[in-house]
Structure formats: structure tokens, C-alpha cells
Design a protein around this ligand. Structure first.
Ligand SMILES: *[C@@H]1O[C@H](CO)[C@@H](O)[C@H](O)[C@H]1NC(C)=O
Ligand SMILES: *[C@@H]1O[C@H](CO)[C@@H](O)[C@H](O)[C@H]1NC(C)=O
Ligand SMILES: *[C@@H]1O[C@H](CO)[C@@H](O)[C@H](O)[C@H]1NC(C)=O
Ligand SMILES: *[C@@H]1O[C@H](CO)[C@@H](O)[C@H](O)[C@H]1NC(C)=O
Ligand SMILES: *[C@@H]1O[C@H](CO)[C@@H](O)[C@H](O)[C@H]1NC(C)=O
Length: 361
């Protein structure tokens, strides 16, 4: 089969290994999609060679082993989709040599060890999703791809501080480091990420104050810093004015814009957020309808700034399990989109009682 550009056998009940000869000599093949079958064994043989491959989608199978370096023969590769399999071992550092890679989507596997520093060479990287693996060690501070839009690393074992990273990543929209072991102060450099919309750092060991630099980010739609060890006051200057834009697009990918879409493109990475006491997963366009702030389970003190009431478009606000005091600001009556509001487990006073305690009669 010298001519086909696309081979899609996804969503069937194929089992066993990929036959050695299936794609032999398919020199034109750009899209190989075998997602959602029951394929197993090693990802492919050592002799695998598809020089024009742009996208390899093997998600939703039972592959084991590691990614074979015969993939280096596919030097034009743009998208690698391996989610929901069982590959293990370290993430190969030579992936950093595949200079056109824009999507590395490998959540829910058993990859371990660090994120290779060689990933810092990936100049066109747009989406990095390694959530639900066993990635450990520090996040490489050199990661700095100018086009990166989404970073999903939740549910791993990352540790240490989030040092300077994403220095020139001005398109970053989603940053999700939840459920790791990160510590130290929350990064001040996030103030530079002017397009950041979803900031999820929950379930780590961050301490110190909430970064005032959050106030520089006027595209924010979701801030989840819950279950850390943050102290100090809630910054009064949070700004979520972008929520007024109706037609917001989470992340139109480069591959789409240059017409490489091919069959069933997957850019819809998932984020998790708790509202109305239930943790939901959101992806794709639904993200447009999600907005909120979760600062629960920290050690925040002081009063709730009345300016929080100016965030009139948020759907969910959770400040529970902190040490907040003073009244509930009357400006909360402006939160006309609110669907879930939790202020429990603080030292708040009802407004009337507070008035009496200040001006006793
Ligand atoms: C594989 O299945 C998942 C979950 O059912 C679905 O979201 C995804 O689009 C499927 N992949 C393909 C290529 O059809
Ligand atoms: C990857 O690129 C580096 C140079 O950046 C080179 O030294 C190394 O041999 C390359 N690795 C492979 C497997 O091609
Ligand atoms: C939280 O921070 C306090 C200091 O503010 C420190 O004493 C405590 O050990 C920290 N707790 C955790 C679990 O890191
Ligand atoms: C607020 O956060 C706490 C702790 O994270 C959680 O248990 C509770 O369900 C949340 N409240 C709502 C209404 O989602
Ligand atoms: C916030 O709302 C108050 C009224 O409660 C208003 O006076 C103030 O100008 C608003 N501030 C901003 C930054 O919108």
C-alpha cells in the first residue's frame, strides 16, 4: 500500500499485536489510527519505518513495554497519542529529537522517572499531557516552548519547587499540576503567562502567600489552589473579566490550523474540578462553561475581600476550611451566576452580628 495517507482501524475489537507487515512499505502513510481496540504486546517491531508519519494514535489499547526508538524513523511526527495503555519505563529522551512534535498525549500509563530535559528542545510543543503516570523528580525549568498551550501533569509524583519555566510561553492556557508533591511558594512567574485561563495547583504542599501576580492574569477562568498550605490574605485584586467573552476557544491546535487535522483529532484534554461537592472531569467546549475559584483547605486568614463580589461571572466559589474571619461581604449579592458557594469551616461572622459587635447597642 504505497499510496494511502491515512489508515484508521479505531474503535473495533482487534486484538493481538500489530502484524509486522501491516504498514510495511506504506511510505505515504501520514495518519495511523488504531485507537480503542484490544491491541497488546510491544508497541511495534524494531523495523517499523514510516517516514511520512505525522500522527500516531494508539490510545485505548493494552500496549506494554516502552516506545521503540524505531519511531525516530518518523522524523516528521507531529502527534503521539498513547493514552490509556500500560507502557512503562522512563519516557525516552530521544523524543526530544523529534523536532516537529506538537502533541505528546500519554496520560494514564505507567511511565516513571523524570520528564526528559530533552523535551526543552521541542520548539513546536503545544500540548503535553502526562497526567496519571508515575513521573517523579523536578519539573525541568528549561521547558519553554513558545507555542505551548496546555500542560497536564496531575496525579504524578513531581516534587521540589516549580522553578522558573515557560519563560517565553505566552500562549499557555492550561497549567495543571494537581495531585503531586510540589512544595515551596507558588510560582511568581505565572504573572508572565498572560493567556493563562486554568490554573490548577491543588493537592500539593505549596506554602506561603497566594501570589499577587495572579492579579496580572485577566484571562483566568479557573483558579484551584485547594488542599495546600497557603497562608496570608486572599488578594483583593483578582480579575476574571475574560469570563465576559462568550466565544472563547480553549486551544485551537497548530495541527488543525495548518490543515493536518486528518481523522479524529484529539486535543480535548481533561481537567478535574469540584463543584457542588462533586468532582467532575471537563474537556473540550464544556470548559467554556466552567469558571470558579477553589481555595479550600489552606490556612488563609483575614477577611474575604469585598472585591470577590465583583467576580460576577463565576459559577463556583469554595473558600471552606481556612481561617477566614470577618463578615461575608455584602457584595456577594452581585455573584449572580453562582451555582456552588462554600464558606464553611472558617471564622466568619454573620453581617448583622458583626455590626452589633462593632457598634454595640
Ligand atoms: C476512544 O475512546 C474514547 C473514550 O470512549 C473516545 O473519547 C475517543 O474519541 C476514542 N478515540 C477515537 C480515535 O475514536
Ligand atoms: C538527539 O540529538 C542530540 C543532539 O541534540 C544527539 O547528540 C543525539 O545523538 C540524538 N539522539 C538520537 C537518538 O538521535
Ligand atoms: C504548613 O505551614 C506551616 C507554617 O505556616 C508549617 O509549620 C507546617 O509544617 C506546614 N505544614 C505542612 C503539611 O507542610
Ligand atoms: C469545598 O471544598 C471542600 C474541600 O476541598 C470539599 O470537601 C467540598 O465538597 C467543597 N464544597 C463544594 C460545595 O463543592
Ligand atoms: C467592585 O464593585 C464595587 C461595588 O461593590 C464598585 O464600587 C467597584 O468599582 C468595583 N470594582 C471593580 C474593580 O470593578
Amino acid at each position: 500500500m504505497r499510496s494511502p495517507e491515512s489508515l484508521d482501524l479505531s474503535n473495533n475489537q482487534l486484538s493481538g499485536e500489530i502484524p509486522e507487515h501491516l504498514v510495511e512499505g506504506c511510505i505515504s502513510l501520514a495518519f495511523l489510527v488504531l485507537s480503542n481496540n484490544s491491541l497488546q504486546g510491544q508497541i511495534f517491531s524494531k523495523n517499523f519505518s514510516l517516514p511520512n508519519l505525522l500522527r500516531l494514535q494508539l490510545d485505548g489499547n493494552h500496549y506494554i513495554g516502552n516506545i521503540p526508538n524505531s519511531l525516530l524513523n518518523s522524523s516528521l511526527l507531529v502527534g503521539l497519542y498513547l493514552s490509556d495503555n500500560h507502557p512503562s519505563g522512563r519516557i525516552p529522551s530521544w523524543l526530544g529529537n523529534m523536532s516537529d512534535l506538537s502533541d505528546i498525549i500519554m496520560p494514564n500509563n505507567n511511565f516513571e522517572g523524570p520528564i526528559p530535559v530533552e523535551f526543552c528542545q521541542l520548539e513546536y510543543l503545544e500540548v503535553l499531557d502526562l497526567s496519571e503516570n508515575i513521573i517523579s523528580s523536578d519539573f525541568p525549568s528549561c521547558l519553554n516552548s513558545p507555542y505551548i498551550q496546555q500542560v497536564h501533569l496531575s496525579r504524578n509524583k513531581l516534587q521540589g519547587q516549580l522553578k522558573e519555566a515557560f519563560y517565553s510561553s505566552s500562549y499557555l492556557k492550561i497549567l495543571d499540576f494537581s495531585y503531586n508533591h510540589l512544595d515551596g511558594s507558588t510560582p511568581k512567574w505565572i504573572g508572565r503567562l498572560s493567556q493563562l485561563s486554568y490554573l490548577i495547583l491543588s493537592n500539593n504542599n505549596f506554602d506561603g502567600e497566594m501570589p499577587i501576580q495572579l492579579c496580572l492574569l485577566d484571562q483566568l477562568r479557573l483558579i484551584d489552589l485547594s488542599r495546600n498550605n497557603l497562608s496570608g490574605h486572599i488578594p483583593p485584586c483578582l480579575d476574571m473579566t475574560a469570563l465576559h467573552d462568550k466565544d472563547y476557544d480553549v486551544a485551537p491546535g497548530l495541527a488543525v490550523s495548518v490543515g493536518l487535522a486528518g481523522p479524529s483529532m484529539r486535543k480535548g484534554e481533561t481537567i478535574e474540578f469540584t463543584t457542588k461537592s462533586i468532582s467532575y472531569s471537563y474537556k473540550g467546549r464544556i470548559l467554556n462553561y466552567l469558571s470558579g475559584i477553589d481555595l479550600s483547605c489552606n490556612k488563609l486568614t483575614g477577611e474575604i475581600p469585598h472585591q470577590v463580589g465583583n467576580l460576577t461571572m463565576i459559577h463556583s466559589l469554595n473558600l471552606s476550611h481556612n481561617e477566614l474571619s470577618g463578615p461575608i461581604p455584602p457584595s456577594f449579592s452581585y455573584l449572580r451566576q453562582i451555582e456552588s458557594l462554600d464558606l464553611s469551616y472558617n471564622y466568619l461572622l454573620s453581617y448583622t452580628i458583626w455590626l452589633f459587635s462593632v457598634w454595640p447597642i
